[in-house]
Every structure is written in C-alpha cells, then in structure tokens.
Design a protein. Structure first.
Length: 328
C-alpha cells in the first residue's frame, strides 16, 4: 500500500467535512471565536477552551456566533462547507465552571468536546446523549486506558514537543502502544507545524494531526504582537519544559520567561497539588501564567511569518500533497 492511501481508522461522520485531517488545538486566551471560525472555514476543526469565554454567559454567545457565521458560510459556499467546531473542557476538580459549561454545551449540542486533565463518565454520557463526540487528551497509556474505560470516543496523544501542557513520550512510541488496544479516532499532538508532519502523523497510525502553536502566529489569534513575533522568531531551542507555572509540566517560550524576570535555565519545581484552573466569573483577565508566560511547542521553527488562518491552512494542504507526490 502506498502512502497516498494511508490506512487510518474510520472516523465518525462529524469529521467528513475536513479538507485536511487536522484539529486546531484549543489554546488558553489565544483561541476565540475569530480563530475558530477561520479554522472551520479553512477546512479544519476549530476549537476553544470553555474557560476562555468570560463571563459565564459568554460561552453560549460564542457558540451562537460560531454557529451563525459557519451557517452563513455554508450557504454561500456549498462546494466547501465549513468543518465542525469543538469546545475544550478542563475536567480538573479546581475548574468550578465545569458543570455550567458542560450544561451549555449539551444544550447547544456542540458536535465535538475535547476533555483534558481528568475523565468523567457522566460527562461522556451527557455528550453521547445528543450524539456528540468526545476526544480526550492523554500523555501515556495509563491515561488512555482510563479515558476509554470512562467512555471517551477518541484520544489525543499529547507527545514530546507539544505546546502548553505536554508529555515526554515520543509519538512513535505512544501511538504504536495505543494502537495495540484501540482502533478508534486518534489524534497526534507534538511539534506538528507543516503538511509533511501531518502526513507523518497519519503514516504512523494517527487519524488526525493536532496543531496549536502555528496558529498563534495568525491574524485571527487572540495573542499579543510580542507573542506572535516570538513564535515567528523562535525555534525548538527556545522552548522550556517546566511545571512551575501551573503545576503541570508544559512547554513555554523562553523569551517570555526571561521577560518575567526568571532564569529559564534555573526554574524551581512547582508543587503539583497546587495546580488550579479555578476561574472568576467577573470577566477578570485569566491567570497570569497564561497571560505573561507564553505556551508553545517545539515545532515553531516552521513558522516564519504572521499570516491569516486561511493562508496557514492553505500552506499545510499544499505541503501535505507535495509530500504525498514525492513518495509515489
């Protein structure tokens, strides 16, 4: 079998509209309606963390806005309908919004839910009740098995080099181990920022590539100019892996750590029990760790300029098909 016909597992029908097998990862602060809508119009899954929508009432407003603009797009472009969108739920005990945000997503019948930092069978049942699909973030086989036991439909392997909270395992190792016992939807995250890497993800057994950092340097991303410029100027050597800022290990841009007055080569270790995703309901700015310390992955060397989301996806599509042709 040639790579042009890479065999991946059958995906749920919700993914039928994808132009490229890519999910735009939900990023704290960065992912909002503008980015999600642009990603879906370009033909990939767009997503955002529910916690980004502040105050609480904004979550329903965001979902309504996304749905309305994508419906208008579909009506005007029947030949290239928009891809589905997803909402990310942080299932950690400190997220005091989870029950509210889940109820809104169930009422609004959000097609895709991405769960992180905890798996709950009642959440999965609620999403399945209206026909939704749940993908769960994992960094090892133990987490994968637990997520599937609790009813997740698919998995997102967050491997070495991924932006923000990330694991340390090679994607070659983790994907092959999960494929021994799971043949359902599988996405791969970790330093994917060009079309060749999307094809590589599929060749090793994943169905979808999960891309975050490259979309920070887009016009639609809710990121400061300094953050976007840091992505453009950066390379893998500029990424620091630490648990200092949230209690969970993750990858961050070295320049933002230095700007905060810290030595990126001598960071203390945080107490994981202090991890918190508690949120205020008054519209206050999200936690300083995500505002001033910039999460991003090791793949940013592929990002050389700030562009529109459409232009970025077009590049990924072109590179993906060029890689296919080169291997024929």
């Amino acid at each position: 079998m040639g790579l042009a016909t890479v065999s991946t597992m059958a995906l749920p029908a919700v993914f039928d509209r994808l132009r490229l097998p890519v999910v735009g990862a939900p990023m704290f602060i960065v992912s909002g309606p503008a980015l999600v809508i642009a990603q879906c119009k370009a033909g990939i899954v767009g997503s955002f963390p529910a916690l980004n929508a502040r105050p609480l009432s904004a979550l329903r407003e965001w979902i309504t806005q996304i749905r309305s603009e994508l419906a208008a797009w579909d009506a005007a472009h029947p030949e290239s309908p928009a891809a589905p969108f997803a909402v990310n739920q942080i299932v950690h005990k400190s997220n005091n919004r989870l029950d509210h945000d889940l109820a809104v997503c169930v009422e609004e019948r959000v097609p895709l839910i991405i769960t992180s930092l905890g798996a709950r069978d009642d959440l999965n049942r609620a999403v399945h009740g209206y026909g939704g699909v749940v993908l769960h973030d994992v960094i090892n086989v133990m987490h994968a098995e637990k997520a599937l036991e609790r009813g997740a439909d698919g998995l997102i392997t967050v491997c070495a080099g991924a932006g923000g909270h990330a694991g340390t395992l090679s994607p070659f190792a983790l994907v092959q181990e999960i494929r021994r016992f799971f043949n359902g939807p599988l996405a791969l995250s970790g330093a994917i920022a060009n079309g060749r890497s999307v094809l590589a993800a599929r060749a090793m057994g994943a169905d979808l590539a999960y891309i975050g950092s490259a979309f920070i340097a887009t016009e639609e991303a809710n990121a400061t100019a300094g953050y976007k410029d840091g992505i453009v100027a950066g390379n893998a050597r500029d990424i620091v892996y630490t648990n200092l800022f949230t209690g969970v290990h993750g990858n961050y841009l070295r320049s933002s750590i230095t700007a905060a007055g810290l030595d990126p080569d001598n960071l203390p270790i945080s107490d994981p029990s202090k991890m918190s995703f508690a949120s205020k309901e008054d519209g206050a700015t999200p936690t300083k760790a995500w505002r001033d310390i910039w999460g991003c992955g090791q793949g940013i060397g592929a990002v050389r300029e700030v562009v529109t989301t459409q232009a970025l996806v077009d590049r990924l599509v072109r590179e993906y098909h060029e890689a296919l042709e080169a291997l024929r």
